[in-house]
Design a binder for this molecule. Sequence first.
Ligand SMILES: [Zn+2]
Length: 278
Amino acid sequence: MRTTIKEAATIEGIGLHTGCESRVTFRPAEGPTGYRFLSPLFKEPLPATLDRVAGTARGTNITDGEHKIHTVEHLLSAAAGLGIDDLDIEITGEEPPAADGSALPFARALLKAGVREKAGQERRTLGLDGQLEMAKGDIKFLARPMQHGVYFKLTYDYPHKLVGKQVVEFTLTPEEYLVRVAPARTFGFSHELEALKKAGLARGGSLDNAVVIEEERILAKGGLRYRDEFARHKLLDLIGDLALAGLPLRDIYIEAERPGHAANVNFAKLLLEKAQIK
Ligand SMILES: [Zn+2]
């Protein structure tokens, strides 16, 4: 059965890249409509789907052809991670709040609203009947059918003495997502910050919503939440980007090496193209 939330829930704050104030209100969706953004900017609800992706620079943006919503992946990750199928996302402004840089505030808001099943609405899922691979340079993806469950193995690797190689393995359930993935925060390298700001990105970024890696130390409010927080955040992003396929995953093993938003979106397109939907 498909799921949505029981009641509305709101979250407010500034966007990571735009630095602008915004408010997101999650609302129950009556129909089998997937994830949709509702805004006074849009003539009609904007589905959060792969064909609406407008950019993948440091975040995944979607568009109706005229206006953009930036950085949708953390919010979508929370919805998909918690097993929610249909959600109306009302937004003021053009980017959801950065919150604490993780998906946890979104996940908490959704759980507070409560998840409910929708009688008479059957859930369709995305599975595979064979192995699938995608590679570009040192970025690699692999997916194959699994007996039972949705399993991720993700490798993050960055040549920095405080980062190095981190591998996270994870079986997706709402309970595990909430504890092991949702709290992992956005991170960035201090040597990139100036260039990002010049490119109009990370304008709202601060230690309140990101972990900053300097040459000799890691600046993280309250300390790192996990030893491998960076790999876990990459997994959070991947789950959010795959949600743009518009279908929950079914009995699948997914391996990702050095993923990023552009590769995630391409992989989601490939998955959807080869999917066995039922
Ligand atoms: Zn992210």
